[in-house]
Design a protein. Structure first.
Length: 195
């Protein structure tokens, strides 16, 4: 067998060994689980959408495990059921979402501006917002998961910073400048509300 044929055969062998590993990788988030809550009672489906058969239902306000998410649906399980549920019905915060109750904890200071920085110690790209600014999804502004420090303006002010879009997941009210955002927020902010 010629050298060229051996190289070609070796290349095919290497590719064929790698294909099964990449072929079974699901689309969506990684294979880890996280805690969550159901916001409302809802239906569970066999796949990510209402076109799939119903597998069960869940009550409002119960603790769930989220196995993975794919676009607008998440595979969840409770103590007795497993299935896909709409992402809109899942809260990743400290409890289920409740209208008019899930407001920032005091003290929230109004007025002033807030500047975020892509680097620690107020370095890197600076992005400033005035009081009243709201972004449900910082990805649309091109700054999702990029802030590592925050400076509160001299006029005071506060900002609600959340790890996920639409103020879901872990949220914190920041009332003072921070040269290094805490671990759960550093390079992980996806939605903000400036007061």
């Amino acid at each position: 067998m010629s050298v060229l044929a051996r190289v070609f055969a070796g290349l095919i062998l290497v590719l064929s060994l790698n294909l099964p590993a990449t072929a079974v990788q699901p689309k969506g988030s990684a294979g880890w689980t996280t805690d969550g809550w159901t916001n409302f009672s809802g239906t569970l489906y066999h796949g990510p959408g209402v076109k799939y058969p119903v597998t069960g239902s869940v009550e409002a306000g119960i603790r769930i495990r989220v196995d993975r998410c794919s676009q607008l649906w998440c595979l969840i399980h409770t103590k007795s059921d497993i299935g896909w549920m709409s992402l809109d019905n899942i809260s990743f915060g400290q409890g289920p979402w409740r209208a008019f109750i899930d407001v920032p904890k005091l003290p929230v200071r109004y007025g002033g501006n807030v500047c975020f920085y892509t680097g620690a110690n107020y370095s890197g790209l600076e992005t400033c917002y005035n009081g009243g600014y709201v972004s449900h999804d910082l990805y649309l502004a091109g700054v999702d998961n990029s802030f590592r420090s925050v400076r509160i303006g001299t006029g005071g002010g506060s900002v609600l910073a959340c790890r996920d879009r639409n103020f879901r997941s872990y949220c914190v009210v920041l009332n003072q400048s921070m040269p290094q955002l805490e671990g759960l927020l550093s390079s992980a902010i996806s939605s903000i509300r400036v007061y």
